[in-house]
Every structure is written in structure tokens, then in C-alpha cells.
Design a protein around this ligand. Structure first.
Ligand code: EPU
Length: 422
């Protein structure tokens, strides 16, 4: 198993580049199932979840190829005919986003079988709304032997309102509705930037989707979709992680290739703490933290609120600012596992239900710790880079799921991180 050895203490300085958004790339790859023609995607991040999605598509009988480009990878997918419209347990347990193939499969082939994802480290994460939505679109859905099976001759447009805002739920139903008969209205839809990115790709493929980025989507079903070429948006969570990397070390980073518009809540919070954030014409974000930063409370919310995917990294930062902060997690019920590991480094954190109270500034000193999920791992890397001495972070496979060689990027701006395997 691979581990990071991090020697902390140095401020990070220099230029660092953001990769393509994993959470945009995954639904975009699943969308390729909606057509028999080739879909070409640029700016695909080189992360493990993408390899898992490729394996899933290839196992189903699609043909995919991957080419390195200057920034990120190009992936070409051709799903001419599908041999097995099935997402097996072995792949779904590695990556819950595998469920994103269900909408496209039912919509184009009239049937799809996907292993029901179990709970995960950050919460129960049910997919009941994906299934309720597919039923509303006319699919017969049944659960047997741990698999969800959805079938229909052709989906039919409908109005569906999400009880709870769901990002992949919105993506799944949006994809399903593209080939349905008639108009589908999705209400209380997610507004995350990954939704308009997917809608843009689908519209390039011949779909008719309006309202992406608002809470109501209108999708007029079409008879078939065709191939398209699309560039994935930059990863806003990776960019946010780098913003925290600069502030937590008292450094100075220029973050290239990000979209500042997608980072408004994170940037506003860092400014509230005292960080200085500037933008230049090319889209780069410059961040410095002059002097001691102050604490600021935060509550996670759906976009455009403060993202749950930045909560763990923000908690690491709050251990290194002056004052007490209250962090409230409203999206996932168990997303504080990183707090226990931060405490092993010396953080002063107490938790009560969905609230964590962080008292800063505490001295962090290197220790052996372990990652529990993707964003928790990022939080631990940030804390370790700010800590005195050496930290050994175990289970870094979690971070490789969604960050493209984070240690190499951080080493180039002055961090001391080595990847080792036992
Ligand atoms: N929910 C339901 N029923 C459903 C679907 C969701 O009750 O059918 C609940 C969830 O349990 C949760 C809330 O709704 O409490 C929001 O979950 P959502 O469905 O939006 O999460 P997701 O689509 O599974 C995506 C990202 C996550 C990110 C969340 C929230 C992808 C592939 N994953 O997950 O990203 O945290 O939205 O923004 O897009 C990550 O990248 O580390 C990550 C976990």
C-alpha cells in the first residue's frame, strides 16, 4: 500500500496548475453511452476514478482510448453496441459514480443493471432519488441480489421534483431524459458547475436541454444523439485545495487554469479569514496570506454555497488560524473522519453531531495518520505540510482517486512529500 512521507514547515511558493474536474469527467464519459458515435473528451484528469469508469465502459462493450495531451488526457469513447448493460459490484464498490451509467443505459438500450452501492465512509449515500426519477420516467425498477435493474421500451417525459438536491441524481436523470419521448422537467435540480458542463456536452450531441445551472431543467427528448467533442471544466475542488495549501503554509501560489467563478464561496471564506486573493486576465488566481489569519465559521451547502468537498481542507486550515470556528456539515452525515486524524497531529477539535468546533491556533507536529476518503486525504496532506516534522499518511490510494499526482504538484511549489510503498 502506498503512503506519503511529508516533512512540513515550508511555505509553498510558485505556480501550480489545476487539472480537469473529475466530477465533470465521470458523467461526461457515461454520456458517451447515449450514442453509437464517437465522443471525444479533453482535459480528463489522470486520476483513478477515470480509469475505473473506463474499465466499466469497456467491460460493457464500449471501445475507449486514452491519449496524453499537454494538459490532461484525451479520452475517446465509442459505444457502438453494448454487450453487457451491467455495472458489476466489483467496480461499483470501488466508485459509487458508476451509477451514472444507469440513466444512459435505460434511455438508449431500454435496460440497465447496476450493483446497488453500499454505504461509504462519509455517509449512507442512497440512490433512491435516481430510481424514483427513472420510475417517474416510466422505467420498471426492481432490486434483486444486490442489483438494481431498470427496464422500459422507451422512457416518457415527465415532471420530477427532487426531494433532496442530488448532483449525480440530476446528472443521471438529465441523461436519461435526453432520449425520452416528450418533455421532462426536473425541479429542485442541482446547480453545481458540473451540471451545465454535462448539459453543454449533451447539447453538442444533439440533446435539447435548457436551464442547466438553475434549479429547473427542461429537457426535450430527441430520437437519437450523435458524437461530439468537448473540453471538461477545471476542477474547482482541486483549485480550492491549492488555495488552502497557500494559506495554511503562509505561502504565495499562483493557481493556473482554474475558473474563479466556480470558487466564489471558497474564496469569500478565505478572504474573510484574511487571505489576499487576486485574479489576472488569463484566469489565474493569486493567493497569499499576510500575517496571522482569523477563524471564520462555515456551513456546507449545495452550490453556490460552500462545498462539502472543501470542508475537510478548510478544517485543516482552521487549526492554523487564530480563534474558534464552528464548521457545520449539512450534506453528508459522517464527513468528519479527518478530524480524528487532525487531532493526532495536535488539532483541538470537538464534535457534536453535524458540528465541529475547531480551536486555533494549535501547534501541529508530525505523526502517523491515515486517510479515510478522498477529501479527508487532501485535508491530511495540507495539515502535514503545515506541521512540524515528519508525518506518515497511510492509505493514499484515496487521494489518487481524485487528485492528479498531488504530491508532484505540491513538491514543485516547495512541499516536501515522498510517495513510498511497502
Ligand atoms: N441523496 C439521497 N438520495 C439520493 C441521492 C442523494 O438522499 O438518491 C442525499 C445524499 O445522501 C446526500 C445528499 O443527498 O446527503 C447529496 O448527495 P448527492 O447525490 O448530491 O451526492 P453525489 O451526487 O453522490 C456528488 C459528488 C461528491 C460530492 C456531492 C455533493 C460526484 C461523482 N460526486 O456526489 O463528490 O461530495 O456530489 O456535492 O459528482 C468527491 O468528489 O469527493 C465527492 C464525494
Amino acid at each position: 500500500m502506498e503512503k506519503f512521507i511529508v516533512t512540513g514547515g515550508a511555505p509553498l511558493e510558485g505556480r501550480i496548475r489545476v487539472s480537469g474536474a473529475k466530477n465533470s469527467a465521470l458523467p461526461a464519459m457515461a454520456a458517451a453511452l447515449l450514442t453509437q458515435e464517437r465522443v471525444i473528451l479533453h482535459n480528463i484528469p489522470r486520476v483513478r476514478d477515470i480509469s475505473t469508469m473506463r474499465s466499466l465502459l469497456d467491460e460493457m462493450g464500449a471501445d475507449s482510448s486514452l491519449t496524453h495531451e499537454d494538459h490532461g488526457n484525451r479520452v475517446e469513447i465509442e459505444a457502438r453496441k453494448l454487450l453487457h448493460p451491467l455495472a458489476p459490484y466489483e467496480l461499483v464498490k470501488q466508485m459509487r459514480a458508476s451509477v451514472l451509467v444507469l440513466g444512459p443505459l435505460v434511455s438508449r438500450f431500454g435496460q440497465g443493471r447496476v450493483s446497488l452501492p453500499g454505504g461509504c465512509a462519509i455517509g449512507a449515500r442512497p440512490i433512491n432519488l435516481h430510481l424514483k426519477g427513472l420510475e417517474a420516467l416510466g422505467a420498471a425498477v426492481k432490486l434483486e441480489h444486490g442489483y438494481v435493474e431498470a427496464r422500459t421500451a422507451r422512457l416518457a417525459g415527465t415532471t420530477f421534483c427532487f426531494d433532496t438536491i442530488s448532483v449525480t441524481g440530476t446528472e443521471n436523470l438529465m441523461m436519461a431524459a435526453t432520449l425520452a419521448d416528450g418533455v421532462t422537467i426536473l425541479e429542485n435540480a442541482a446547480r453545481e458547475p458540473e451540471i451545465p458542463d454535462l448539459a453543454e456536452l449533451l447539447n453538442k450531441m444533439g440533446a435539447s436541454i435548457e436551464g442547466a445551472g438553475t434549479d429547473t431543467l427542461r429537457i426535450r427528448g430527441v430520437a437519437h444523439l450523435h458524437g461530439a467533442e468537448h473540453t471538461i471544466i477545471p476542477d474547482r475542488v482541486e483549485a480550492g485545495t491549492f488555495l488552502v495549501a497557500a494559506t495554511i503554509t503562509g505561502g504565495h501560489l499562483i493557481i493556473e487554469g482554474a475558473d474563479p467563478a466556480h470558487l466564489a464561496a471558497t474564496i469569500a471564506k478565505l478572504k474573510e479569514c484574511g487571505a489576499v486573493v487576486d485574479f489576472d486576465k488569463s484566469g489565474s488566481i493569486e493567493v497569499t496570506s499576510p500575517g496571522a489569519l482569523q477563524s471564520a465559521d462555515v456551513t456546507t451547502q449545495e452550490y453556490p454555497g460552500f462545498p462539502t468537498d472543501m470542508q475537510a481542507q478548510y478544517m485543516a486550515l482552521m487549526t492554523q488560524v487564530v480563534g474558534t470556528s464552528v464548521i457545520t456539515e449539512t450534506i453528508f452525515e459522517n464527513r468528519f473522519l479527518h478530524a480524528f486524524e487532525l487531532m493526532r497531529l495536535g488539532a483541538d477539535i470537538t464534535m457534536e453531531g453535524c458540528r465541529a468546533v475547531v480551536r486555533g491556533k494549535t501547534r501541529l507536529t508530525g505523526a502517523k495518520i491515515q486517510a479515510s476518503d478522498l477529501r479527508a486525504s487532501a485535508s491530511l496532506v495540507l495539515a502535514a505540510v503545515a506541521a512540524e516534522g515528519e508525518t506518515l499518511i497511510d492509505r493514499v490510494y484515496h487521494i489518487d482517486r481524485g487528485y492528479e499526482r498531488i504530491e508532484e504538484k505540491l513538491v514543485r511549489v516547495g512541499a516536501k512529500i515522498r510517495r513510498i510503498s511497502d
